[in-house]
Write a protein that binds this ligand. Structure first.
Ligand SMILES: [Zn+2]
Length: 198
């Protein structure tokens, strides 16, 4: 996927957040006038706006922009979608992979749109459970497929860097709608995403 640089920064928001970052850095005991930190408040302000740009994007519209009538009705799986989000409890990153499947019911969607909606919901303050549900509901409500499945595996920096410091633990969340609520369909999906391509 092409990397899209986010450059539409609202000047007032950028300035407000920058001033607050400057204060936070001072409060943490740093000297904001030293060379390396001079532009840090502004960079941090822009980075945070980039990482939360999902609030200004409409995932359903992205799907609708690339829906096509099609009679194909077997399972479509997009797996290993890279995912980067921010935990809303600590504003620290969590990151990992999403695996998404749906069974069309008259319409398919351009495959590149699936990772894009993962980005839309990831680039917000999130919890992994809600992120899973939002992706699931968006595909279910917009594409109205026979079924949809979402599995997310992620590592949380708030667990790895602080607190319990469990560095190798990952958290898995999943959600299923329609045909995937049936055990055999769900099992087939889980088997397909766990298989390594040779
Ligand atoms: Zn956290």
């Amino acid at each position: 996927m092409p990397y899209q640089k986010f450059e539409e920064y609202n000047i007032k928001v950028t300035d407000d957040v920058k001033q607050r970052y400057e204060q936070i850095i001072k409060d943490l005991g740093e000297d904001t006038t030293r060379d390396g930190l001079l532009k840090t408040p502004e960079r941090a302000s822009k980075a945070m706006q980039f990482l939360t740009q999902g609030y200004n994007q409409d995932a359903a519209e992205i799907l609708k922009s690339a829906m096509f009538k099609e009679s194909y009705n077997e399972m479509v799986i997009v797996k290993d979608i890279e995912l980067y989000s921010l935990c809303e409890h600590h504003i620290l990153p969590f990151f990992g992979k999403a695996h998404i499947a749906y069974i069309p019911n008259g319409h398919i969607v351009g495959l590149s749109k699936i990772p894009r909606i993962v980005d839309v919901f990831s680039r917000r303050l999130q919890v992994q459970e809600r992120l899973t549900e939002q992706i699931l509901d968006c595909i279910n409500d917009t594409l109205k497929p026979e079924g949809v499945a979402v599995v997310i595996e992620a590592s949380h920096m708030c667990m790895m860097m602080r607190g319990v410091q469990k560095q190798n633990s990952t958290t898995t969340t999943s959600g299923f709608r329609g045909a995937f609520e049936k055990m055999e369909t769900r099992t087939e999906f889980l088997k397909l995403i766990s298989e390594k391509l040779s």
